[in-house]
Design a protein around this ligand. Structure first.
Ligand code: ZN
Ligand code: ZN
Length: 333
């Protein structure tokens, strides 16, 4: 009998599904791509045909223009070549999916990036039992424990209120994290206008069009210092320390990322208020997920593989590193 998953072939540039003649999240243009979610390291432009959720396709449309797009809604399935393909929520960003591949009596689930805690901007992760679970491991070390999101958001609101003549400038990745921080602020009762950097306008508009309410948002461009005093301003991490931020009223610099757990990273970016808010699973979420999915094998795409490999060995789960390249971590940007 053939080895489990012998029809799935990992290459450095992505996962090739032989009987479908298709690639999952390829980092180079391919004739047929199945895409888990819209982050740039998973969703590239220039493929022949793209299969993804309608939300992911809409995000790719904003970033890359029109694709040869084949939408598959959560829970629907399509046949590609000889493989039954379906998409279930991954809880990572709007439209993010785990891709389920059924072939020859075997089930493989490619997680893409995922998290387990609630996120007001996307559908929660669905546990799908399978033979092979192909997982990320961005925060795959026991030291990574993400605190409760609500308490991080409360720290942000308290800091804002403590110095109302200043503003708090929050660095957050433009797809997913920015909208989540805004929605989490709304959920904690912060209904003031929130200002944003122009680079986020199209994606924030798209989230609203796709049914994620973000409350009153205003472009920081054109607003005066006096107008922005006492308010939260969201920008991409790259804009935190650049010229752009000099127009703001004495900003308190914050950043929302799982990496803010590491003090050194916060210092490198001159972040005064590190907010540990991640769209990836922490160590407990990764191991809990492997327990619940209970696969025969775990394959690890990218991140810190060693500790998770070791954990799998201790728990009698066969594990394998795929060493895919080109998956940078968007929280790192
Ligand atoms: Zn991602
Ligand atoms: Zn990623």
């Amino acid at each position: 009998m053939a080895r489990l998953g012998s029809w799935i072939e990992p290459f450095p540039e992505g996962i090739y599904v032989k009987p479908a003649d298709a690639w999952v999240d390829p980092s180079q243009p391919k004739p047929v791509a199945l895409v888990t979610h819209g982050h740039a390291d998973h969703a590239r432009g220039g493929h022949g045909a793209v299969w993804a959720t309608p939300e992911t396709l809409a995000i790719m449309g904003v970033r890359y223009g029109q694709q040869n797009a084949n939408p598959v809604a959560y829970g629907e399935s399509v046949r590609i070549g000889e493989v039954e393909v379906s998409f279930v929520p991954a809880g990572h960003v709007l439209g993010s999916a785990q891709i389920i591949l059924d072939y020859g009596g075997e089930r493989v689930v490619v997680s893409g990036d995922y998290k387990r805690r609630p996120d007001p901007t996307c559908a929660p992760f669905v546990v799908t039992p399978c033979d092979i679970f192909i997982t990320e491991a961005t925060f795959g070390l026991p030291v990574f424990h993400h605190p409760d999101t609500g308490s991080e958001i409360d720290r942000l609101i308290q800091r804002l209120k403590a110095e109302p003549e200043r503003c708090v400038l929050v660095g957050a990745y433009a797809l997913g994290k920015a909208q989540r921080v805004i929605a989490e602020l709304r959920a904690r009762g912060h209904h003031e206008p929130i200002y944003y950097h122009g680079a986020m306008e199209r994606l924030c508009n798209l989230y609203e069009e796709l049914g994620v309410p973000l409350g009153e948002l205003r472009l920081a461009t054109g607003a005066t210092k006096a107008e922005m005093a006492g308010h939260i301003i969201i920008c991409p991490p790259g804009a935190l320390n650049d010229r752009w931020s000099r127009r703001l009223p004495d900003p308190i610099t914050a950043m929302a990322s799982g990496w803010m757990r590491i003090r050194q990273r916060a210092r490198q970016r001159n972040v005064e208020l590190p907010l540990v808010i991640s769209d990836h699973s922490d160590w407990d979420e990764l191991t809990q997920t492997i327990r619940e999915v209970a696969p025969k094998e775990v394959w690890i795409t990218h991140g810190r593989e060693d500790a998770l490999m070791h954990w799998c060995m201790l728990h009698q789960v066969k594990a394998r590193e795929l060493n895919l390249v080109g998956y940078e971590d968007e929280e790192e940007e």
